[in-house]
Design a protein around this ligand. Structure first.
Ligand SMILES: [Zn+2]
Length: 488
């Protein structure tokens, strides 16, 4: 018989109500799991257990499902990317400064830097209560091993693209097409997905991940869609993430990015569109149609909403409540950094109220739903993102005595609006404990210190390459000045 764990008498629990497809609170709740599955959620459990845990002073909740993050490329930009929004690209730094930095930070054949970056990312995700993450990264040698080591449930999205962005003047984006490289990386991606799906841990899986809609050739996109349909593989792609991309598609095709995605057959169940901000209803493009939101909703396509990286550049979705009212499945992702899921939820919630000019349309329970069941729905999984009998034992124990949680009247409000990861104590994934009293033993402090050193050295090396790849030959300090002037 598998190991059975009994969490007894949790003061609060967030449990799943199948009838309403919603979470509800329960007090004095027992949660029992055997092996990787929940076998009891509710009143006092009378059966035997191998491990008994006192739930008093705790809230037990489902782990978060993060459906868009970049473990390999995100953290290295810390200290640089926060203020690199380029005004001539409508606040997006993707094409100019970021491209200059990223080109230098991706070193062919380098395994140590991505290992360090993923380790730090996975640890940060675990500490904020994430139990499933969709990780979009250029594949590297040890990726599956590092994903497995973390204990997380990881959906690996190995990147490929047929083009690279470039600019020679800081106001015009050029597409440097290399169809052969796109095909080569597509083949690599297929192998990574197959390996992930067959991984003995059962916690890894793969998803087709052509990088962005505008850098994937029509041919490669068609083949990707055909392969996805044939093998029943899900798909995710960055779409409608910038004004540059919006104009590129109206110029190339006469359609909005979402309109083009619809025409190509990208919009379908099993597809997750990354970001999906610049729809025809957004106020910036001022476009003449009003079709995008309906197209996404009717096709049962999901959207990964990652507010932080965009809000840093002055960009936001207009608006999350409108997407939900249209019937779109939305999940939350942490994208670049920080990978603090609860802070991401807080910003998503606040920006939704600001952008919709109506604070009643985004209550706290709704954002919690999106970060759990919403992400699970986007991934087509009814066995995660909820505490229900038969679901995976992916759960989080929150310390209600943490001062940031007090006064304790409504624990989810305390957690999301105040405490965030500071009150997350224990996390189980697949029934296995992976966070112990705020510590992650499988990525211990020595590993963290070592990874931080590697990442810092890699950042210095990438900074040194900036003058060679930047269109204006700027150095790192000119491109991304420090927050304050320095004095001797
Ligand atoms: Zn992204």
């Amino acid at each position: 018989m598998s190991h059975r764990t009994h969490i007894r008498n949790a003061d609060w629990a967030v449990v799943w109500d199948e009838e309403t497809h919603r979470h509800v609170y329960r007090n004095d709740c027992d949660v029992v799991f055997e092996g990787s599955k929940l076998i009891h959620v509710g009143n006092a459990w009378k059966g035997q257990a191998d491990t008994a845990i006192d739930g008093r002073g705790r809230m037990i909740m489902p782990g978060f499902v993060n459906i868009h993050s970049h473990s390999r490329s995100g953290p290295i930009g810390k200290g640089i990317m926060e203020e690199l929004a380029t005004p001539t690209f409508w606040g997006s730094g993707l094409y100019d400064a970021k491209a200059a930095f990223w080109k230098g930070s991706a070193v062919e054949g380098d395994n140590a830097t991505p290992v360090a970056s993923s380790r730090l990312t996975y640890r940060e995700l675990l500490l904020s209560g994430v139990t499933t993450v969709l990780d979009l990264s250029a594949p590297y040698e040890s990726w599956l091993d590092i994903a497995e080591e973390s204990g997380l449930r990881v959906v690996l999205g190995p990147w490929y693209a047929s083009a690279d962005w470039s600019t020679r003047n800081g106001h015009e984006v050029e597409y440097i097409w290399d169809h052969q490289a796109g095909r080569k990386h597509f083949d690599t991606a297929i192998r990574v997905i197959e390996k992930a799906n067959a991984h003995p841990s059962g916690r890894l899986s793969g998803i087709l991940a052509p990088d962005t809609l505008d850098t994937t050739s029509e041919d490669l996109l068609r083949d990707t869609l055909a392969l996805g349909a044939e093998r029943h593989w899900p798909l995710t792609i960055h779409c409608a993430e910038s004004m540059v991309e919006f104009h590129e598609f109206t110029r190339r095709t006469g359609h909005t990015p979402v309109g083009y995605a619809k025409k190509m057959g990208v919009l379908r169940p099993g597809t997750i569109l990354g970001h999906c901000i610049f729809l025809d209803t957004h106020s910036w493009p001022h476009w003449h149609t009003r079709d995008d939101l309906r197209s996404i909703a009717e096709s049962k396509t999901a959207v990964a909403h990652c507010p932080t990286a965009f809000a840093r550049g002055g960009v936001t979705m207009e608006s999350l409540p409108d997407y939900l009212a249209a019937g779109v499945t939305v999940g939350i992702g942490t994208d670049t950094f920080p990978h603090n899921m609860i802070e991401e939820m807080r910003l998503a919630l606040i920006l939704a109220r600001v952008a919709s000019e109506d604070f009643n349309r985004m209550p706290t329970g709704e954002i919690f739903h999106l970060a759990t069941a919403g992400g699970a729905d986007a991934l087509g999984r009814s066995d995660i993102g909820r505490l229900a009998v038969g679901a995976k034992a992916d759960l989080v124990s929150v310390d209600l005595s943490d001062p940031n949680m007090r006064p304790l009247r409504d624990p989810l409000k305390s957690l999301i609006h105040c405490a965030a990861d500071r009150a997350v104590r224990d996390v189980w994934i697949d029934g296995r404990q992976v966070v112990f009293d705020g510590k992650v033993p499988q990525i211990d402090l020595d590993a963290v210190a070592q990874a931080s050193e590697v990442l810092e050295a890699a950042q210095r090396a990438a900074e040194a390459t900036i003058p060679r790849v930047d269109w204006a030959k700027r150095d790192a300090r000119a491109l991304a000045p420090l927050s304050l002037a320095t004095r001797r």
